[in-house]
Ligand binder design. Sequence first.
Ligand SMILES: [Zn+2]
Length: 262
Amino acid sequence: MIDFTLRVGIFLFILSLLFIWQCFLPRGPLLQWRQRWRHNMALLVLGALCVRLVQPLLLSFVAVLSLDVGLLDVLALPFWWSFLISILLLDCLIYWQHRLFHRIPWLWCLHRVHHSDPELDVSSAVRFHPLEILLSLFIKASAVWFIGIPVEAVLVFDILLNASAMFNHTNARLPAKMESFVNRLLVTPDMHRIHHSRLSSEADSNYGFCLSIWDSLFASRTWLASQGDECLSIGMPNTKAYRPMSLKALLVMPFKNFRTLP
Ligand SMILES: [Zn+2]
C-alpha cells in the first residue's frame, strides 16, 4: 500500500511540474487538448485497473517460481552493483520491447494506439492500450524473474520510467545548449518527438524512453527530423490526418484492420 501511495504521489508531483513547464513555456499550441486529455486519462485509469487486477496474481506466480536462480543471484554481486546493472538491463529491455512493438505486426496493432495521438504533451505518456500495458507487465515480470532483479531496483526503475516517459512527451523544449548536451545520455522531448512523426522512417527510430544510449548503440537514432522540428507532423505513421473520435475507437483499434479505421 505504501509502495502504491508513493508511486501515485511521485507520479502526480512530476505530472504537475511538467504540466506547469508546458503551460508556461510551450513548444507550440495544443489545439485538441480537451479530447486528447479525456482519452489519455481514461486509458490511464483503465490500464491501472487492469494492472491492479492482474498484479497480485503475477506477483504470487513470480514468488512461487522464485528460487534465487536469476542471473544476478548466481553472480552474487554486491547489492549496489546488482542494483545499477538491473536498472541498465531493464532500460535496455524496454528499448528492445518498444522496437519489437514496432516491428511485429500484431504488437504494432496494440502500440499504434499510442501513436494515434495527433499532438504530444505530458498526457501522451499514459496513452497506451490496456492490453499493451498488461503485456509489458508480463514481459517485465519475466525479466525480473530470469535476471534476478532486486525488488528495490524494480521500484526505482518503474518510477524512473514513468518520469522519463512524462518528460519526453512534454510539449516543451530544453534550452538549445542543454539539449545538445543532455540528449547524448537521456531521451529529451525533442528526441522523442521524432519518434511520433507521421513518417514511418522516423517513427521507426528513437525507441529509447530513459537513456538515449541504446539508440546510438543499436543504430536506431535519428538526430533531426527531415522537415525540421517546427514542421514535424505528429500522429499515426503513414496517415495524413487520422484522429480517433471516441474512447471506444481507441479500445477497438488493435482489432481493426488499419484500412477500415475511420
Ligand atoms: Zn513507439
